[in-house]
Design a binder for this molecule. Sequence first.
Ligand code: ATP
Length: 235
Amino acid sequence: MLLSVNIDEAGYSPDSTVLKNIHFSVDSGELVGLIGPNGAGKSSTIKSILGIMKNVKGDCQASNYAYIPERPILYEKLTLWEHIEFLLTTLQTDEKLYMTRANELLKQFQLSEFIHRYPESFSKGMQQKVMLVLAFLRQPDLYIVDEPFMGLDPRAVKRLLQSLQSEKERGAGILMSTHILDTAEKICDRFVLISNGRLIVQGTLDEIRERSGIRGGSLLDCFDVLTEGVSDVRK
Ligand SMILES: Nc1ncnc2c1ncn2[C@@H]1O[C@H](COP(=O)(O)OP(=O)(O)OP(=O)(O)O)[C@@H](O)[C@H]1O
């Protein structure tokens, strides 16, 4: 198991709960979609996994991971290529192979011509692509990806989906939060549905359809049925 999430309760302060009883795992070679409407608790779940949520009752175990945040985080004073060189200094890897892979990824994500520029001056989509390139270069056991589709053009989305697929085939596990349900439905092996800070259901699309009683329904249809009347954990 690459990720084991056991959150009994979590909140931004000791007296406010935003998550309750969130328990799930991610195995090698699987892409798990963390799904839920705005404010459901997806980012809070990810923060709990990353250890940056202060008030967590429970325990999350993650193997060597790359985190791709919703908003790109880049170094102001480094060019794109310097980001790549800097990452290399933190890894024990074959430099030649690494540089070859870096150039391939930069080409795939249409960034080759910008390597000597500062990502700070890039568009949001380009910055997001830099984050993806840096994560895929590392080839970690686990990817934790927060809302990756925002701001990406269709070609970049396609490249992202291809890269996720090949990383899965390599044996990586992926936890991906999104509310782009039609894409999630196509690519995720399993889903964890969160609403109002609670885990509503988890399983494959077929299992979720069965639980919601909508045969052949879309993830959105199932989600609507399953989240109806769920009380809020916040107090
Ligand atoms: N920094 C914070 N301080 C206090 N409360 C927060 C903070 N960030 C989020 N919350 C609250 O935690 C709850 C869950 O929010 P969270 O950001 O985890 O939702 P989300 O599912 O990621 O939503 P979205 O899809 O809009 O990104 C919300 O009630 C939100 O108001």
